[in-house]
Design a protein around this ligand. Structure first.
Ligand code: BGC
Length: 731
């Protein structure tokens, strides 16, 4: 009898404990860490291992018996990709997954406006939320080291400070929707040539001062919930399982508590994947574009071999628990969060945001005799020439290729703005189809296309040439780098031919990379129009017509020739490497840091961009000339719109240290602010710079160090147009 009573009591208490236990992870009012611990305690070893590797091309398992959902991810950084087949790169042909395409991230960077990054993040986050994604695979913040890198359009330019200021609000926006951002590609994925195996060698200073800051800001300020390892190697280890990058820098020093996801096919062995900081293995034996292996998910490095190793005592259970904890944490932060809002998909608000960002991103590079704007009604016959006026620029480019609900092409946008009866279109050149991993020239006859365009241009009042690169392989496209800095597809020749018959020509370039402009001197107006997404044509027409005053600034330098750039000033080992190693010989002098320090004039400098109005900066003043190393410098000045129309100017503050114990760049961006001013309006502006940002990375001490002494802060409208300076002395 006694034993019956005892077992009933025990039974009840076991039930109660089990119920309480299950309740904790389901109880959304409990702290996440309690829920994580509780859920972890309920998992078998096999279930924990199953969390750590893919079960399909874009998902990994949750724990179905406990109601813990699978983790679903989706590309990419400027639009939510279509659904893919279970184990294929190909689209699943759903009919409800055509997204809004936002501008590519170089365009976002060109806005120099963190508010735009926040709205971008919120909007794309809402789209990802509506599509039930746990993780959005973006944003990318690899530094623009070479203008040949096929993926530069996915990133935020050449300056670590600019990228840092924009990545933080982007992540906050995405994650406010209950979707994890996945910052990529950590780290040093600065070229596509040999990306799967190239071993990057660089100094600790270049690593910490140039290539890591945007990731660090993403983790520490943006609080990113996930990060993606890069394909390449760093100091001999693949970045998807690099003890130095993932265990030491990311998890130990930066205290990252989120999930490290591998790039697709970026994992190479079980020992390192287990021990060196990776949490979820994706896409093994596929490489993101060209390789399409069918490999059982149970054979992934972090699947059966991991489970076997745990059972045999080869791998530490603590390692598995750490991964499982992180994965449970991301699930509780997203799909199992009580605060997860609903999303929306292809809403008019998203179109508005896409258009606004696109408008602010467009950079006016040249505007002789105020040729632009050209208001509607000014001309009767407008020739629009160039394949990019009519071609889809959201398709192609690799994993960021999008299936969109709509895309307003430049041609459409111009027709809507100027009236279709005033527009005559001619293709002018042809590039061939956008294919993954291979190049196929167009079958159309180049001479006939050129001649036809010249005929159209001859009789037009004005010519809008819309060219640039596109998303074809070897252009702005993943898994290959560009072969040269020049415009492709015979465009230089075409521009010259058009200009000969019509001097009233505006060259409009779609690209995520710098190009050379042999025709620049004789061309009155040039506009950098990036990849602007669904609203591309509308935004472009808004700017060309003057309905919107351009305010974009270049997030990377345009060099006059390729070997003016640091990465291209040395031998092959410096770029693209010898297929085993690449050595970043230009060190910390990336982008304008190189050009300015070496006194090489660029074609267009970093931070440059014109407006239809004019601005006047007053002399800057500083609140205190003597500051402590932990202080904040406040630089104030007034900014006036001296023209007749409203506009925005981005004030940029660069730091320079002439006497230093180490090499310093001639200048480094330390603060910026985009200021909107009505015609004639003046605003007082104060830029705050923490003195800690003057630090260099001391390799001997492995720490940041602010040298005492004098620093100059230069205020400018670009990296080459300084309006005034102040000196401060750091005690
Ligand atoms: C790319 C990643 C992308 C992944 C999934 C890889 O090839 O490098 O950026 O998120 O594929 O498509």
């Amino acid at each position: 009898m006694k034993s019956i009573i005892l077992s009933i009591v025990l039974g009840i208490s076991i039930m109660v404990t089990a119920q309480q236990k299950t309740q904790v992870y389901l109880d959304v009012t409990k702290p996440i860490e309690d829920r994580v611990e509780n859920a972890l305690s309920l998992l078998t070893t096999k279930e924990k291992v199953e969390l750590c590797h893919a079960q399909s091309k874009f998902s990994s398992k949750g724990v179905a018996r406990l109601g813990i959902p699978d983790v679903w991810s989706s590309d990419g950084s400027h639009g939510v990709s279509d659904e893919k087949l279970w184990d294929e790169w190909s689209g699943a042909q759903w009919t409800n997954d055509s997204c809004t395409a936002f501008p590519a991230l170089t365009a976002l960077a060109a806005t120099f406006n963190p508010e735009m990054a926040l709205q971008f993040g919120k909007s794309i986050g809402e789209e990802a939320r509506h599509r039930e994604k746990t993780i959005l695979l973006g944003p990318g913040v690899n530094i623009y080291r070479s203008p040949l890198n096929g993926r530069n359009f996915e990133y935020m330019g050449e300056d670590p400070y600019l990228a840092s200021r924009l990545v933080v609000p982007y992540i906050q926006g995405v994650q406010s929707c209950g979707v994890a951002a996945c910052v990529k590609h950590f780290a040093l994925n600065n070229q596509e040539i040999s990306r799967g195996e190239i071993n990057v060698n660089l100094s600790d200073r270049a690593l910490h001062e140039i290539y890591l800051p945007a990731f660090k800001a993403a983790v520490q300020e943006g609080k990113a919930w996930s990060i993606m390892g890069a394909y390449n190697k760093f100091r001999g280890e693949h970045c998807c399982h690099s003890d130095l990058l993932l265990n030491k820098i990311l998890k130990q020093d930066w205290k990252f508590d989120g999930v490290v996801v591998s790039d697709w096919g970026g994992v190479h062995n079980t020992d390192e994947a287990v021990n060196n900081g990776l949490d979820i293995e994706m896409g093994t034996y596929t490489n993101g574009l060209t390789t399409q292996g069918h490999f059982p998910f149970s054979s992934y490095y972090l699947a059966n071999p991991f489970l076997k190793g745990i059972k045999e005592g080869k791998y530490d259970m603590a390692k598995l628990d750490d991964k499982a904890r992180r994965i449970l944490r991301i699930i509780f932060r997203t799909t199992m969060s009580a605060n997860r809002p609903f999303g929306r998909f292809v809403s008019p608000e998203h179109s508005e945001v896409a258009r606004k960002i696109a408008q602010e991103a467009i950079v006016l590079l040249k505007n002789e005799n105020n040729m632009l704007p050209i208001p509607a009604g000014k001309y009767k016959k407008i020739a629009v020439i160039g394949e990019n006026a009519a071609r889809s620029l959201v398709v192609g480019g690799g994993s960021t290729s999008l299936k969109v609900a709509y895309e307003v092409s430049p041609l459409q946008g111009l027709k809507d703005k100027y009236g279709k009866e005033h527009i005559v279109y001619s293709m002018g050149y042809a590039s061939g189809p956008s294919l993954y991993g291979r190049e196929e020239p167009s079958k159309l006859n180049a001479d006939s296309l050129l001649n036809a365009a010249v005929e159209v241009a001859k009789t037009a009042d004005v010519v809008f040439f819309v060219g640039g690169l596109n998303k074809n392989y070897f252009q702005d496209c993943e898994s290959g780098d560009r072969k040269s800095l020049s415009l492709p597809f015979g465009e230089d020749k075409l521009i010259e031919s058009l200009r000969k018959v019509n001097q009233n020509i505006v060259v409009i370039l779609a690209s995520g990379n710098a190009i050379t402009m042999p025709w620049l001197q004789n061309t009155p107006a040039v506009v950098q129009a990036w990849y602007l997404g669904s609203e591309a044509g509308n935004a472009l027409a808004d700017v060309l017509s003057g309905d919107v005053n351009p305010s974009g600034k270049l997030p990377f330098s345009f060099p006059k020739k390729l070997n003016d750039i640091g990465a291209h000033s040395f031998d092959k080992l410096c770029y693209p490497g010898d297929s085993v190693n690449v050595q970043y010989k230009e060190d910390i002098l990336v982008g304008y840091r190189w050009l300015d320090t070496k006194k090489i004039a660029p074609l267009f400098p970093f931070g440059y961009g014109m407006s239809y109005t004019t601005f006047d900066f007053s002399k800057p003043t500083v609140d205190e000339t003597g500051v402590k190393a932990d202080g904040i410098v406040k630089v104030s000045f007034s900014l006036t719109n001296t023209g007749k129309i409203d506009g925005a100017e981005t004030a940029q503050l660069y730091m320079s240290k002439s006497k230093s114990s180490v090499t310093r760049a001639a200048k480094e961006l330390k603060a910026f602010k985009k200021v909107f001013l009505k015609a004639g309006e003046t605003k007082m502006v104060t830029l705050e710079v923490p003195v800690s940002s003057f630090a260099y990375y001391n390799e001997n001490k492995r720490a940041w160090e602010v040298e005492p002494g004098s620093y100059t802060l230069m205020l400018g409208s670009s990296s080459r147009d300084m309006k005034g300076k102040v000196d401060v002395n750091v005690r």
